[in-house]
Design a protein around this ligand. Structure first.
Ligand code: NAD
Length: 290
């Protein structure tokens, strides 16, 4: 396939490279001047999309996505696919889908879970919103860039699935970290705490697969001085998107809201910026109840 890839940052570059390694022709565009092995970088976004069967975007936010969509979709081939893998607000995903449909382009919103490691290794999970036709055509590409693609329904549903997942993740990580810090104060050994919880009803991905306590459980960012991994800043972004969407649909999400408030304070006031989202544990260690 001929693929146009827009946004070759931490995630986009390795995703594009995996597609090229699998034999696809990948033409890239980014507003930064950069070199990505195996990818031909073109001078404009328009050049990148004109003859492409699929255009993939991996961009920072919904506003940028909308401006790139406005700039490019009109030049895409009829029947080609506009596949956005960025994490953006549900409203932007829906509005880009409408622009695409008005030009006879098939839109898919397909945010990912799995981070930079998953992008490099081709083990991402895609949560996909859009019509069956698009999902079936793009499946071959999801299989190269990831290990799983779930079709979640109509346009916007990929983003909805992503923010629901990350709202659970953010709240669960905070609960896991506060429980470890609480256990410390109770005089409970961390290994004993892990051995019990990871095999009891308090278990979760945050505890079992991504344990925030250094030296306990599998190797995680906590064993590497909390270098991300998945940065607290990105968790804050996703929790903020979840609360914007919750407001839009009038959903009561007090746990998600509190998780957002805690990550906001961690990132903006408590030295959490640039640290893995599991660094909530040392944050709790420094705090007392009063
Ligand atoms: P990044 O900042 O490394 O990459 C974004 C790229 O987009 C940059 O190279 C930037 O120059 C480029 N860009 C910005 N505006 C552009 C424009 N108008 N036209 C073309 N290129 C433009 O970010 P990232 O870490 O690769 O994340 C990309 C997306 O993936 C985000 O939406 C993020 O929330 C999501 N995501 C990231 C992770 C992660 O662990 N990094 C995990 C899951 C999802």
């Amino acid at each position: 396939m001929r693929i146009g890839f827009i946004g070759l940052g931490n995630m986009g570059a390795p995703m594009a490279q995996n597609l090229a390694k699998a034999g696809h022709t990948v033409l890239g565009f980014d507003t930064q001047t950069l070199k990505v092995e195996m990818i031909e970088i073109l001078p404009t976004a328009r050049d990148c999309v004109e003859a492409a069967e699929v255009v993939i975007t991996m961009l920072p936010n919904g506003q940028i996505l909308k401006s790139v969509a406005d700039e490019t979709i009109q030049y895409m081939k009829e029947g080609s696919i506009f596949l956005d893998c960025s994490t953006v607000d549900v409203a932007s995903a829906k509005s880009v889908a409408e622009i695409a449909k008005s030009h006879m382009i098939i839109p898919l919103d397909a945010p990912v879970s799995g981070g930079i490691g998953g992008a490099k290794e081709g083990t991402l999970t895609f949560m996909v919103g859009g019509q069956d036709e698009g999902f079936i055509k793009a499946k071959e590409l999801f299989d190269i860039m990831g290990q799983k693609a779930v079709h979640c329904g109509k346009s916007g549903n990929g983003q909805s699935a992503k923010i629901c997942n990350n709202m659970i993740l953010g709240a669960t990580m905070i609960a896991t970290c506060e429980a470890f810090s609480f256990a410390d104060k109770l005089g409970l050994d961390r290994q004993a705490m892990f051995d019990v919880v990871s095999t009891s009803s308090g278990y979760s991905w945050s505890m079992n697969a991504y344990c925030p306590a250094p030296g306990i459980g599998p190797q995680t960012p906590s064993d590497n001085n909390y270098i991300p991994g998945f940065a607290s800043d990105l968790m804050l972004k996703d929790l903020t998107l979840s609360q914007i969407a919750a407001e839009d649909v009038n959903a009561d999400t007090p746990m998600g809201e509190l998780a957002m408030t805690l990550y906001k304070s961690f990132v903006e006031k408590e030295d959490g910026a640039g640290k893995d989202f599991s660094a909530m544990l040392p944050r709790f260690e420094k705090k007392n109840r009063n």
